[in-house]
Design a protein around this ligand. Structure first.
Ligand code: NAP
Length: 290
């Protein structure tokens, strides 16, 4: 990509969070916006929780058209928004906001982003039996997206059982026909296994015993750094098709881009920018180790 175009007419997007300094999104979105000929930039904003009440009027004043939200504000932002998408409403969490003539509208693109990453790899998920490990924020977003498209059965297991149970209760309330349970039985087998826990991100552990890995056709992990977790390595040894979390990161951004611009996102370029950012982090880490 050539030099960034920036002048008095430049449109403005961004990301809020605390911290935001590690985010790959400013590079990914600015490159994407400019590559399709839009005079626009995407900037990081480090925002503390106590500043949230002032945020939206300030953004409106500054002409910021839309933004992403990362930890720890995905839930905190909701009281300040004017409308929510159905998924954001069920989740009580928002990662993408756009300013419209009806005010600030909140979406959650993480769950659908994950499904789009499966679709891109021809991994089937509709009307399938799915084992999801974890019951945190990402798990919730993926579970809602799965429930929206329809699954045969969703099994959610988590280290803290009560969290899996309370997620199942939320899902059952929003989707009364959903087949869901929160424990495994020995006869189970699955079409798709999804790790949504952080196990494997900073350690070499697998989030589940090999026995269950062997019982699924496809094994996916939403962790993207490292690109191949212990879970995915084991799955490959068992001859399973695997997928890491880079696609989820990419497609949550693709969906946000489409919400803001109304235009198809330049997926290939966005993927390349993410891979470059990951590569840069790895080089920095390797240098620190020396
Ligand atoms: P979260 O809300 O804090 O949930 C963390 C989940 O991991 C919970 O289910 C937690 O279980 C489980 N967990 C944590 N440490 C564990 C351990 N030592 N043993 C067993 N389970 C453990 O976090 P989140 O936002 O959902 O994120 C989870 C992971 O997804 C992170 O690695 C994050 O980087 C990744 N992620 C990726 C994307 C993407 O775009 N690819 C997007 C979002 C998140 P308990 O309930 O028992 O604590």
């Amino acid at each position: 990509l050539g030099a960034i175009q920036i002048n008095g007419l430049t449109r403005k997007f961004g990301i809020i969070g605390s911290p935001v300094k590690h985010s790959f999104s400013p590079a990914m979105h600015t490159n994407a916006l400019q590559s399709i000929g839009l005079n626009a930039v995407y900037l990081p904003f480090s925002i503390q929780k106590e500043k949230l009440p002032d945020l939206l009027p300030s953004f409106e004043l500054l002409g910021i058209e839309g933004f992403n939200i990362t930890v720890p504000h995905k839930e905190n932002i909701i009281p300040y928004l004017d409308q929510l998408s159905p998924a954001a409403q069920i989740l009580g969490s928002v990662n993408t906001v756009i300013h419209t003539s009806n005010g600030w509208m909140g979406y959650s693109t993480d769950g659908n982003g994950f499904l789009r990453s499966l679709k891109h790899e021809d991994i089937p998920y509709q009307q399938k039996t799915i084992l999801m490990i974890g019951a945190g924020g990402a798990a919730k977003a993926i579970a809602v997206a799965l429930a929206q498209v329809g699954v045969k059965e969703l099994i959610i297991v988590n280290r803290t059982q009560e969290k899996a149970d309370s997620l199942a209760t939320i899902l059952k309330k929003a989707f009364p026909d959903l087949a869901i349970r929160t424990s495994l039985v020995d006869t189970d087998s699955f079409d798709l296994l999804i790790n949504t826990t952080s196990v494997g991100m900073e350690d070499d552990r697998s989030p589940i015993e090999d026995y269950w890995i062997q019982k699924s056709d496809y094994i996916t992990d939403i962790i993207y750094n490292p690109p191949k977790t212990t879970l995915l390595k084991k799955a490959e040894q068992f001859g399973k098709k695997t997928l890491n979390g880079l696609g989820m990161l990419l497609y949550q951004g693709v969906e946000a881009f489409e919400i803001w611009t109304g235009q198809p996102a330049p997926e290939a370029l966005m993927r390349k920018t993410l891979l470059d950012s990951l590569h840069n982090i790895k080089s920095m880490e390797d240098n620190q180790d020396k």
